[in-house]
Each structure stands twice: as structure tokens, then as C-alpha cells.
Design a protein. Sequence first.
Length: 93
Amino acid sequence: MADKMARVMSTVRGENVFSFINQRLFGARGFKGLAQAYYDKYVATNTLMPLVHYASYAFLFGYALEHSHLKHVRKHEQEEVFHIPSMPTEADV
């Protein structure tokens, strides 16, 4: 265990920091290997999956940006419909 930790620390301290991070994040093939595998599987075979992936990622990104705003708007709509008084602020007291 100590030998493995020493090897990892020497890799992190040495010139191979980026390759170490690349392997830890993207596996043994690294980012280029994963990108090539994705290209071979989806792009080179002319499937619609890259379009589906792009659209779903764009939707999730937009939803993440708008979710808190939508919750805020929904809260105010419910207050209007059900006449729920909002919490008093220090200025109201």
C-alpha cells in the first residue's frame, strides 16, 4: 500500500501530472481515446446519437440555469391564486 502511494505521489510531483489526471478522470485510454471511441461508435456510423446527446445536454444545461427562477415564479403565482401572504420583512414591521 505504501509503495503504491509513493508511486502515485511521485507521479503527481513529477512531469506526468497532466497524464496522471487524464488517466484518473478518463481511464487508461485517456480523453483522446474516449473521444476516438465515441467518434468510431456514433459519428463514423452516421447515427443520430450525437444530435440526441447534444440536445439532451443543452436541455439539461438550460433547465439547471432556469430551475431556481421557475421555482420563484411558481411561488408567486401560488401566492396570487391562493392569496397566501408572503413573509413580512423588516421594512413591513
